[in-house]
Design a protein around this ligand. Structure first.
Ligand code: ADP
Ligand code: MG
Length: 700
């Protein structure tokens, strides 16, 4: 557990079969062959794999591993894998530890229980997992984990990693063409996407959690009156950490560091009991694996501290929800950030080109970005007053916007130092962070040398949003490269292209307050989409433009998209279905009995007072009437819910079913309002559920 700060470098990555370990444990020619596979995705020969597997097993056993697992990311959004032990019978009643090359490269989990959206009928349920050599194996809880991609027998992606890797390749293919146009980008051969995913979460006490079946079954509170003290005082944000929280965060960091996750910052968030962890950025594929590990460890470490970590987007109504900010950029394999305004005119022109490529991508594929952040959980957050609205727009900051506007108009850009703005001639001003990072309301903000996509929810795999973003940007770059490669005069074609792209897509830029009601009207005027809920957002996935985009860049083909669409739609319906059942169950078996019990107490008191004579029984009677009336309303709403639910579930057509469940949600919120009113009136000793105050201030 405890260690001194000077040990961190030794601790970091100590459970990872990383480059240093490979170099140390593998024969040189095997190491070289493996590196080649890792870098260029070439086939890994079986005799190489055999040696790697042996070295990996010896190393893992030394780290306490007894099992190995092909770790994959099915379309559930969480990770999965079965655990096989290394044991192999040898002689009478004896075993040795073995791990073969084939076992390393390929696994065959019985995949029938994972959602496939019809891609793989259960009778041919076998899927297989293939080692993703771009992500390192690691040891956790006595198991050697091998990051893998998960496919069907006919090669269709059954997971989130495969299309993510394909989308990174798509960006690489197109961005490399652009770099070549600018003179080859020096020694750079490849372009990767980089991501730093900030993760928000809540921590509550386990004992209190165990008294909330709604939290246990659905991840969010389905009832709960707003507490006398919520987040109004804004005392929690960046406030000092409670010792118990601090101990939790320390252990979490240690565990993450061991696994090579660059956990960097931790702090208290805006809501009581809300916190955030941000890692240092890394390539998207690894950032995705690491974010999954972070979420898993956040939960498991919490258990050791008598805490529960809530990753739901909106565990508490009326209190800030949790998001996941995806900081995103493009970098060359030589480490140059392509969204960093440069020091020379040529670098600046290149920066502006990549910048307008992202602007075009976000404008053209705003519906896809929107749906990449859509889920039943996140619907409670997007558009509420703490998170971006459901309308996708971009924040560039005044300075950069003015530069682009000047370019578009063909006029000179005058900044404080009166630099003249002309592509290829002048040096762009540097954008200090404080001038670019002020707008916290924007769903997609430029923050000096990267973009920050703020719509995705805290429980999401970051794969989905990154797949969309990467592919949309690859498409912009493809068209730019086509045009510029054919141009006679590169410099003037470049200037014209930047100007034209900005003119055609500047409607997506909005530097104002995204929470303001006027923005909704203004966005409508600009023709931007406002897909307020998941049921409305998801159909864009199977629209012709979407199918064409993903097919062109070989990220997802039509059947793969349809399967994902179905899984997302069904996930939305199932989530609400479970919530509604939980709600009805709690009303019938806990809340109504509590209301009746309290009423009996009041009625008995009133009766006794009257029977004795000489007492005024009107307070009990009046209060009894209030409770009784509310209870009757609650019962009405329960009946409405129990009537609507089976009808929604019986809808066979997917969009109709999603819409029906969205309507169920409306009934649920009406029911909740009445229950919450009752909570504020029924005696505490009768109320069966811990209050919001008890939940939010449970960690002391
Ligand atoms: P804040 O958002 O609180 O201002 P920072 O801007 O320092 O914090 O960083 C937020 C996140 O963005 C961190 O995870 C950081 O590693 C990440 N980040 C920084 N540069 C890049 C980049 N070029 N590509 C992707 N992510 C980046
Ligand atoms: Mg941020």
């Amino acid at each position: 557990m405890g260690f001194f700060m000077k040990d961190v470098p030794a601790l970091f990555g100590s459970m990872v079969f990383n480059d240093e370990v490979m170099r140390r444990t593998l024969p040189q020619e095997v190491y070289r062959a493996l590196k080649k596979t890792m870098r260029h995705g070439t086939h890994l020969e079986l005799d190489v794999a055999r040696v790697v597997a042996g070295a990996m097993k010896d190393w893992a056993v030394e780290k306490g591993a007894t099992h190995f697992s092909h770790w994959f990311q099915p379309m559930t959004g969480v990770t999965a894998g079965k655990h096989d032990s290394f044991i192999c019978p040898r002689g009478e009643g004896k075993v040795i530890m073995e791990f073969s090359g084939t076992e390393l490269i390929r696994g065959e989990p019985d995949a029938s229980s994972f959602p496939s959206g019809g891609l793989r009928a259960t009778f041919e349920a076998r899927g297989y997992t293939v080692w993703d050599t771009t992500s390192y194996a690691f040891v956790k809880d006595g198991t050697l984990y091998i990051p893998t991609a998960f496919c069907s027998y006919s090669g269709e992606a059954l997971d989130k990693k495969t299309p993510l890797l394909r989308s990174m390749e798509a960006v690489d293919r197109q961005a490399a063409r652009i770099l070549r146009l600018f003179g080859g980008g020096g020694a750079a051969r490849h372009v990767v996407t980089t991501v730093g995913a900030e993760q928000e979460y809540f921590l509550i006490d386990r004992q209190v959690y165990l008294q909330r079946p709604d939290l246990m079954y659905t991840g969010r509170t389905l009832f709960g009156a707003y507490p006398p003290k919520g987040q109004e005082m804004e005392a929690h944000y960046l406030g000092s950490l409670k010792p118990r929280v601090s101990a939790y965060m320390k252990e979490l960091e240690e565990e993450l560091w061991k696994l090579g996750v660059y956990a960097k910052t931790k702090h208290n968030e805006a809501a009581p009991a809300q916190h955030e962890l941000a890692p240092f950025f890394i390539t998207t594929n690894i950032a995705t694996d690491h974010n999954q590990l972070t979420m898993e460890l956040m939960k498991s470490v919490a258990g050791k501290h008598g805490l529960v970590c809530l990753l739901h987007e909106k565990p508490f109504a009326g209190v800030n929800g949790s998001g996941k900010h995806i900081n995103w950029s493009l970098a060359t394999d030589t480490g140059v950030n392509l969204l960093e305004p440069g020091g020379t005119p040529a670098e600046n022109a290149q920066f502006l080109l990549f910048l307008v490529a992202v602007i075009q991508a976000v404008d053209e594929y705003q519906d896809l970005l929107r749906l990449s952040a859509a889920s039943a959980g996140n619907d409670h957050r997007l558009g509420a007053n703490e998170a971006p609205p459901a309308i996708v727009s971009m924040f560039l900051g005044d300075e950069l916007t003015e530069i682009l506007e000047a370019l578009e108009a063909g006029t000179d850009y005058q900044n404080n130092e009166t630099h003249q703005m002309e592509i290829g001639v002048t040096v762009l001003p540097h954008f200090p962070k404080d001038t670019t990072d002020r707008n916290r309301t924007s769903p997609f903000a430029f923050t000096g040398n990267k973009f920050e996509f703020r719509m995705p929810g805290s429980a999401f795999s970051i794969a989905g949003p990154n797949i969309v973003l990467n592919t949309a940007v690859a498409e912009s770059l493809r068209r730019f490269a086509d045009e510029l490669e054919a141009a006679e005069d590169f410099t003037s074609a470049l200037a014209a292209l930047i100007r034209k792209t900005f003119r055609e897509h500047k409607r997506i830029i909005f530097n104002g307050n995204n929470y303001a009601a006027e923005w909704v009207t203004e966005a409508g005027r600009r023709g931007l989409s406002n897909l307020s809920a998941t049921a409305a957002a998801l159909p864009a996935y199977i629209a012709p433009e979407s199918l064409a985009l993903f097919a062109r860049h070989q990220v997802l083909h039509e059947t793969e998209i349809h399967s994902r669409y179905e899984i997302l739609m069904e996930g939305y319906c199932k989530t609400i279905h479970i919530e509604a059942l939980t709600m009805a169950d709690l009303v019938k078996r806990e809340i109504l009995p509590a209301c009746f019990g309290y009423q009996r107490e009041l009625a008995e008191l009133a009766e006794r007072k009257t029977a004795r004579g000489g007492f005024d029984a009107s307070p009990e009677t009046r209060w009894l009437n209030t409770i009784s009336k509310l209870t009757a309303e609650l019962l009405d709403k329960l009946e409405t819910l129990e009537d609507a639910l089976p009808r929604a579930a019986a809808e066979t057509e997917l969009t109709a079913r999603a819409e029906a469940f969205r309507a169920v949600l409306g009934v649920m919120s009406k029911l909740r309002r009445i229950a919450d009113e009752l909570e504020t009136r029924v005696a505490k000793q009768h109320w069966p559920l811990p209050s919001y105050a008890e939940l939010l201030y449970s960690v002391v």
